[in-house]
Design a protein around this ligand. Structure first.
Ligand SMILES: Nc1ncnc2c1ncn2[C@@H]1O[C@H](COP(=O)(O)OP(=O)(O)O)[C@@H](O)[C@H]1O
Ligand SMILES: [Mg+2]
Length: 484
């Protein structure tokens, strides 16, 4: 039985006990009322006796007092009949005291007759002696009835006392025992649950199984609801922690992007400024040379301006490429790497012309690679051009080698050279914008490796490098699923 039913049972039992006790109190009080009525009956009979005595002593008849005494005498048997309910009647019948009712009825009947005599006497239809006789007969009956009434009433009242009081005691006793039993079962289930919940997590108790065995009803529902609530709260906390982490990491990456952008703006304007101001001064010289008629000097300076402008163009093109690297394009197609290498070589003719390096490329792909061709062209061209630019003049057979291949689910590009290498302390900065470590060796914007890195990140890949004075290897790894 669940706790609410047990509590309901306790309430019902207590209510029943209180009702029976109150009812018994009323019934017991009723016994006293019967005695009180009989006492009043005797009192009014005695008053009437005194009036009758006066008549017998030839005193004048106080008819009104006599009439009111009879009315009063008649009232007690009426009240007595009204008090007796069907249960009382059944009890009276059971213990043979139902003659009480008959006594009352007879009393009322005699009182009615006597009142009739009063009326007749008042009208002069009855003589004084007959009236006196009637009154004496009535008095005898009233006295006799009062005496007769006492015994059955005493018997009835004592029966009620003898039955109701033990009944109340038995019921109270039963209630105490049963309610204590119910309270014990309630408190023991609460105690069991408390013990179960306060058991240490390492005690190997399976809470779900134990809950099934040891609890039921509302307690079980309460624990399940509480656990669910705690679970939800924990989930909310986890979510808010996760959310905080996401916000923190996004703030950090935004901050980084912001810093990069500020640095980029500074470096880009700086790098754009020097060829521009150089060209401006040279243009001034050219004008002076032409004015002086020195066309040879003028054309030499114009050539320098041209070279400066070429540098500027390369820088601007690289900046544009870098800006575009993070923007995806719909222009995806199967890449013909052989053609891509041929085109690249053509574009690098200026670099390869007087370059002692051998350039070797291998392509070994078992699946077609589908992506934006421009990205791969820029990646490969930058890596190879660096290998060519930063070759080691002190080595006999400088070379650059590029391998493009796939293994299972991964696509690889490796570019190896035996060039001058990148100083150990700068290897972490190779992919930063405008970082150049061999500025004297060759020209460049310092944006090539930053561009390569951006492309690789866009393709969800990774780029790593190994470098020493023996040479440098760049290794690119891209998951194939991004390329099909
Ligand atoms: N293969 C390489 N061998 C030696 N140094 C390299 C190589 N690749 C890159 N570097 C170094 O990294 C710097 C950054 O490269 P990059 O971003 O391509 O700029 P750059 O315009 O100078 O080529 C280069 O200036 C160079 O110092
Ligand atoms: Mg470069």
């Amino acid at each position: 039985m669940n706790i609410s039913r047990k509590l309901m049972l306790i309430v019902i039992l207590t209510a029943a006990e209180v009702s029976i006790t109150v009812y018994s109190a009323f019934e017991i009080a009723k016994g006293a009322k019967f005695h009180q009525l009989n006492f009043l009956h005797l009192k009014y009979t005695h008053q009437l006796t005194k009036s009758v005595k006066k008549i017998e002593n030839d005193l004048p008849i106080d008819i009104n007092t006599i009439e009111s005494d009879i009315v009063l005498i008649r009232q007690q048997p009426i009240e007595c009949i009204e008090e007796i309910n069907p249960l009382n009647y059944a009890v009276m019948k059971f213990i043979n005291t139902e003659q009480t009712l008959t006594i009352c009825e007879k009393d009322i009947e005699i009182a009615d007759k006597t009142l009739l005599s009063v009326t007749q006497y008042k009208k002069g239809e009855l003589s004084r002696d007959d009236f006196l006789l009637n009154l004496n007969v009535a008095l005898v009956s009233f006295n006799k009835h009062s005496e007769m009434f006492e015994e059955p009433i005493r018997k009835t009242v004592s029966f009620i006392l003898m039955t109701l009081i033990p009944l109340v005691i038995v019921i109270s006793f039963f209630n105490i025992i049963f309610i204590s039993y119910l309270s014990r079962t309630i408190s023991s289930s609460i105690r069991n649950l408390t013990l179960l919940l306060s058991s240490k997590p390492e005690s190997n108790i399976n809470l779900d199984d134990e809950l099934d065995i040891k609890t039921s009803g509302e307690l079980k529902a309460l624990v399940i609801a509480a656990r669910q609530r705690i679970k939800n709260d924990l989930l909310n906390i986890e979510n808010s922690i996760e959310l905080k982490e996401i916000i923190n990491s996004q703030t950090a990456s935004l901050q980084q992007a912001n810093d990069e952008l500020a640095q980029f703006a500074y470096r880009a304007s700086h790098d754009l400024k020097s060829p521009l101001s150089g060209a401006k001064s040279l243009a001034h010289f050219v004008i002076e040379d032409i004015k002086a008629g020195d066309t040879e000097e003028a054309s030499r300076n114009a050539l320098v301006i041209y070279q400066q402008m070429e540098k500027l163009e390369t820088l601007v093109v690289d900046i544009l490429l870098l800006a575009k690297a993070e923007i995806g394009s719909e222009d995806r197609d199967v890449i013909d790497f052989n053609q891509l290498i041929i085109d690249m070589k053509e574009r690098l003719t200026w670099l390869m012309k007087d370059n002692p390096c051998t350039l070797e490329t291998t392509i070994n792909l078992s699946v077609p690679i589908k992506s934006e061709k421009a990205r791969f062209a820029q990646i490969i061209e930058n890596l190879i051009s660096n290998g060519l630019k930063y070759y080691d003049r002190n080595k006999d057979s400088p070379y650059v080698r590029c391998d493009i291949f796939n293994e299972q689910e991964t696509f690889f590009i490796t570019v190896t050279d035996n060039g001058m290498g990148i100083p150990q302390k700068h290897q972490g900065e190779v992919f930063d914008m405008f970082k150049r470590f061999h500025a004297q060796t060759s020209t460049g914007s310092g944006l090539g490796m930053a561009l390569v890195k951006k492309h690789i990140e866009y393709l969800n890949g990774e780029i790593s490098l190994q470098s020493s004075d023996k040479g440098t290897t760049f290794k690119i790894v891209i998951p194939l699923d991004k390329l099909i």
